[in-house]
Write a protein that binds this ligand. Sequence first.
Ligand SMILES: C[S@@+](CC[C@H](N)C(=O)[O-])C[C@H]1O[C@@H](n2cnc3c(N)ncnc32)[C@H](O)[C@@H]1O
Length: 240
Amino acid sequence: MKQASKSFTDNDPVLHSLLSQSSYTGRTGKEHSSTANSTENNLRIIYDFIEREKPSNTLEIGMAFAMSSLVFARYHERKHSPPPPHVAIDPFQTTHWDSIGLIHLEQVGLKERVTLMEEYSCIALPNLMQNKKKFDFIYVDGSHIFEDVFVDFYYSSRLLNENGIILFDDSTDKHVRKVLQFIKKNMSEHFQQIDLSAYGLNPEKKIRYNVAQRLGKTQATAFRKIGSAKRDWNVKFVEF
Ligand SMILES: C[S@@+](CC[C@H](N)C(=O)[O-])C[C@H]1O[C@@H](n2cnc3c(N)ncnc32)[C@H](O)[C@@H]1O
């Protein structure tokens, strides 16, 4: 008999239940539809990635209802003693999102494990750099406008440790895809694309995922930073 594949939320009933809800209630009592959530597939990739790569510290741009924050914070709680905080950047957590992400973290006792920077990423990221922070894993899922994604990549590439991983959500979005094209065409020496079919997928889904990956049609795209990724100021430009 074929065994049901084990879901990464099997051991996390709270995340499981939050992911199945169509709306959440904020501090002011207002209802928000859950459409801003990362997909379960992306969360599974993050989960599998950090379980295998064991990053010491993690950063995400875009918190919303804290689905990805929960995966990161749980990982740190399990693996590190004392668990280091996960850093999440989102300028709209207490305003537009009515603190729903923070409420979710409170509900599972993980609020202290997440440092929220409630600022635009173009302010928060250089701030982290100035304070000499470094990360092993960065999840880019904030504003999806080209220039913002580019700025997120620019600073993330400097905030990543050597061998660190950067994972982008919504890779098929035209704005995001343009930034990914820039990385692939101009920075392939420094950022090596990772085959995500090796992460979080059961064997049946791997083949389909491989094809989609070759066509640039997967939702998530990840790169590993090779070396310091420093480029000469007058390096040749490749059209993208
Ligand atoms: C798709 S949601 C993030 C979903 C979340 N990662 C999850 O797993 O459920 C995108 C988030 O980016 C935030 N955002 C928008 N512009 C931003 C900016 N300039 N800097 C940082 N975050 C931004 C939004 O407030 C929103 O919460």
